[in-house]
Unconditional design. Structure first.
Length: 556
């Protein structure tokens, strides 16, 4: 057949490298309103849920039982079940109905009811609702700091740069599992060199994560996965109760943590039970609520390609973020994994969290080039910084980042690398050479770094993990080598474990070590002129990107 040249050009566009599929409800390839999704409803007898969403208690699986017993405000549940879902949706979007009036209603909904309610909203209405329903007034951002070579010097320098660029949380992971203690240590030192108060984590197997936290090398965790079907939970050797127990272990040690889930996970793992992605994700959010955890990382974490392939899938991702806030939980709203070859689709997917603002717009903006991102690459990476700054400036939106100069970045990267060099020397770890410090100061990514002796590193990292060294030893090493300010910052992060203030919902810590959370910085959005507004020094900062021409430079 003779081809249309216009169609030949279109087929060569990047979007055609993406995967798209038609709906297939029987295996869960449907974003919302699946034909097998249950209808909302609840029956309560003597304070016990005997039927939920058309399922009798005798037929509950373990997730249904956990949700019914621990995750729903039963005092209002029957009343809310009888309310018209479209009217509830209007109340949630309505700027004249304050958040504090909405939360008692949304926390009394069943999973099917909450899906029915958000199903009445289009994406603009969901964004309006998200602007009102997020827990903390001030939006924020989280980044990934990883290295394909697990290079600790590079990680420290990248973390320091990310800190001055404005990220309030940082997450690393490993290519080789035994490198984890070095990565966690490097992230801690680098972040606190950039600015005090940045929260850091190392994403690993859950018991290992907890042990790193107890040693004082990390300050929070979020890769504690929950799922919407029993088979997937069992596949991971877990139950809602075991996850709740793990959450209590973190809280008892003064460590912040949130769960992780994401639309499409059950389809990807082959046990969707013929239900829609959003309905199963809603059950994950309810498990999180029932476990008493302060928040959830969702937004199709690690499986964005699945909802991204079906009709309305990206809308469903926004809906899962909104549902999390409707249950009064902190939300780190995804955008952490690239899903499309199309720059238009990637940007559009992010704008739905960027514009209304969430607790953490990205649960992993890649602060490194994506070739170094060990979380499979983020939707935005270090090469997109200036585009992101321009978007903030164009739209007068606080996306959590700040402009920096090249001189600032070079200086802080060098300081972080030298600080880690001193820590390694004092703790008897394999030496960091001056050549490595120099390379990390100016590096774009791991390709610019000298190779380290991996065998020696892994041996020392294992000894660090199993030995007596803690965060206090890091403080002493920094102080002994005249990195007093960094030592003070690391010590302050350790002291946060004792106060426990950052265990409140949606907590971040500013550079003065003042905790901002849903308790002391509650979202009070109620329409124009209310809520978080980009004004004053912060707006001046966002306006003044270094690559904008200044009036005094014209004609020179």
């Amino acid at each position: 057949m003779k081809r249309s040249k216009r169609f030949e050009v279109l087929e060569a566009r990047p979007v055609h490298e993406d995967g798209f599929v038609q709906e297939w409800p029987e295996v869960g390839l449907v974003a919302v309103d699946g034909p097998n999704d249950p209808k909302p409803g609840i029956k309560i007898e003597n304070g016990v849920v005997v039927e939920m969403d058309g399922i009798k208690r005798s037929d509950f699986d373990m997730i249904d039982q956990f949700i019914a017993d621990h995750a729903i405000n039963l005092e209002m549940a029957e009343k809310v079940a009888a309310m018209d879902s479209k009217e509830l949706a209007k109340m949630i979007v309505d700027i004249n109905v304050p958040r504090e009036e909405i939360i008692p209603l949304t926390t009394a909904m069943t999973p099917a009811k909450i899906c029915e309610v958000v199903g009445h909203m289009n994406v603009v209405e969901m964004m309006m609702a998200l602007q009102k329903m997020r827990c903390r007034k001030t939006p924020s951002n989280q980044c990934h700091v990883t290295s394909v070579r697990d290079n600790p010097v590079q990680i420290a320098a990248d973390a320091a740069e990310a800190a001055i660029r404005g990220f309030d949380e940082m997450e690393t992971t490993v290519g080789i599992v035994r490198y984890a203690p070095f990565n966690a240590l490097a992230l801690l030192v680098g972040a606190q060199t950039g600015r005090g108060g940045v929260l850091t984590q190392c994403a690993l197997e859950e018991a290992t994560e907890l042990q790193l936290g107890m040693k004082g090398l990390t300050s929070y965790a979020e890769t504690i996965s929950v799922y919407g079907t029993e088979n997937v939970f069992v596949d991971g050797d877990d139950t809602p109760w075991s996850k709740a127990f793990l959450a209590s272990a973190y809280a008892s040690r003064g460590l912040k943590m949130r769960f992780t889930s994401g639309t499409g996970a059950e389809v990807q793992m082959g046990y969707a039970e013929g239900k829609s992605m959003l309905y199963l994700e809603a059950k994950c959010v309810y498990v999180t609520k029932g476990a008493g955890v302060q928040g959830l990382q969702n937004g199709s974490i690690s499986c964005i390609g699945v909802p991204g392939a079906v009709p309305g899938g990206i809308r469903a991702v926004l809906a899962e973020n909104l549902i999390t806030t409707m249950l009064d939980l902190e939300v780190a709203s995804g955008n952490d994994q690239t899903f499309s070859h199309s720059p238009f689709r990637r940007t559009a997917r992010t704008m739905m969290q960027f514009l209304p603002g969430t607790d953490f717009i990205f649960s992993g903006y890649s602060a490194v080039p994506n070739y170094d991102n060990m979380f499979a690459g983020s939707n935005f990476d270090a090469e997109d910084y200036d585009d992101y700054l321009a978007l903030q400036r164009d739209l007068v939106v606080d996306g959590g980042l700040r402009p920096v100069t090249e001189e600032e970045v070079i200086a802080v990267r060098n300081k972080a690398a030298r600080a880690l060099q001193a820590v390694f020397r004092e703790l008897g770890l394999p030496p960091i050479t001056d050549e490595e410090v120099e390379a990390a100061t100016y590096a774009h990514g791991s390709e610019d770094m000298p190779e380290r002796n991996v065998v020696e590193d892994l041996k020392a990292a294992q000894e660090l993990f199993t030995g007596p060294i803690t965060g206090l030893d890091v403080v002493k090493a920094l102080a002994k080598n005249n990195f007093t300010d960094v030592a003070v910052n690391v010590l302050e992060m350790l002291k946060q474990r004792i106060s426990g203030d950052y265990l409140h919902t949606s907590a971040i810590i500013d550079s003065n070590f003042v905790v901002k959370s849903a308790v002391n910085d509650p979202n009070d959005y109620a329409g124009p002129g209310t809520g978080y507004r980009l004004t004053g020094k912060r707006w001046e900062e966002i306006k003044n990107i270094p690559f904008a021409i200044r009036p005094e430079e014209i004609g020179q």
